[in-house]
Design a protein around this ligand. Structure first.
Ligand code: FES
Ligand code: FE
Length: 337
């Protein structure tokens, strides 16, 4: 992050680097066309995203360093973002290059915006408010021609992003919340499964859940999943069928605040090439929206990491391991404390 004039950073000092120095999805690439600007929020910070005809996408604090108004209502002109208040123009590096009231007066060097790292992956714009040491997590299937891919999101939830990730790792809710799609209420049993510790958190192997049509043959049976964490707020799932058909989901949640978040889900399938992308997205949206009522009724909305704050069942082994890993990693933002 650069910016010579101190900007009012909200709470960043209280956000641990394990969360802050990460990439988070904030908008679809298609939402920020050349010539447009838009505001988004991340970690209680208002950001402006914009793109010129000859610039990549740009992410700044949504604040003009002159009189501190929002820049997002401004206009994109000649690869600059022009503030709506006094018309100062800032180039893609955030430097003021034009002061309309004083055309012969060189803009002061300290007249620059607060900029943030930004990049585009998998059809989405990712921003970091910190200093991410590595790129966005690789998603090999996204670029594999054997796979067809789709994107669902962002879906806004009024709960901690950690609650949303834990819900993704929770298989025992499938027969009830996603009855008739991902589970069957009459077949709710979750057999014991194994949770391993890996470099990026936890790995749950061979989790089985009874589904109405796990193989696309119209017959009910057991579906088998592997789940693993990649980052505190990014997880993946793989479902492999005996036929070799494979589905991979990548799920990342961007915190708006400690009690609000936006979830983004990418899917990759090496089958179902005949199904229109819109139908796959509609299916995924349906499943995700079925989770909203429970996600938003958590009390507290933040995730408790101390085991005694809720009680646990054998099928909660993944949740417990996730909470333990978060605690060991020093995550506090979005937790009960
Ligand atoms: Fe932005 Fe004055 S407040 S140009
Ligand atoms: Fe769910």
């Amino acid at each position: 992050m650069v910016g010579l004039i101190a900007a009012p950073q909200k709470n960043n000092r209280s956000i641990e680097s394990v969360l802050l120095d990460e990439w988070y999805p904030v908008a679809r690439s298609s939402e920020i066309q050349p010539g447009t600007a838009r505001s988004v929020q991340l970690f209680e910070t208002d950001l402006v995203l914009w793109r010129g005809e000859n610039t990549g996408v740009v992410a700044w604090l949504d604040r003009c360093p002159h009189r501190s108004v929002k820049l997002s209502p401004g206009t994109v002109e000649a690869d600059t973002l022009v503030c709506p208040y006094h018309g100062l123009a800032f180039d893609a590096q955030g430097q003021c290059v034009k002061v309309p009231a004083h055309p012969n007066y060189p803009p002061p060097k300290q007249a620059c915006t607060t900029t943030f790292p930004v990049l585009e992956r998998y059809g989405v714009i990712f921003v970091s408010l910190g200093d991410p040491p590595v790129d966005v997590v690789p998603f090999a299937e996204w670029d594999d021609p054997d796979y067809r891919t789709y994107l669902s999101g962002g879906h806004r939830f009024r709960c901690s992003g950690l609650r949303a990730i834990e819900n993704f790792l929770d298989v025992a809710h499938l027969p009830f919340v996603h009855a008739g799609i991902l589970g069957v209420p009459e077949q709710p049993v979750i057999e014991d499964y194994e949770v391993q510790t890996i470099d990026t958190g936890i790995y749950m192997r061979n989790i089985q859940v009874w589904q109405p049509d796990p193989d696309g043959t119209g017959k009910d049976g057991l579906a088998t999943y592997d789940y693993w964490t990649l980052r505190p707020l990014m997880v993946a799932l793989k479902k492999e069928r005996a036929s070799g058909q494979t589905m991979v989901l990548l799920y990342c949640v961007a915190p708006i605040s400690e009690e609000e978040c936006v979830g983004w889900m990418w899917g990759a399938l090496n089958y179902a090439h005949h199904i229109p992308e819109a139908d796959l997205v509609a299916f995924q949206d349906t499943v995700i929206l079925q989770d909203v009522a429970n996600l938003e009724s958590h009390n507290p909305k933040r995730l408790p990491l101390e085991p005694q704050m809720e009680f646990h069942l054998p099928s909660d082994r993944a949740s417990l391991a996730y909470r333990k890993w978060l605690k060991q990693s020093g995550v506090t933002y979005g937790t009960v404390r």
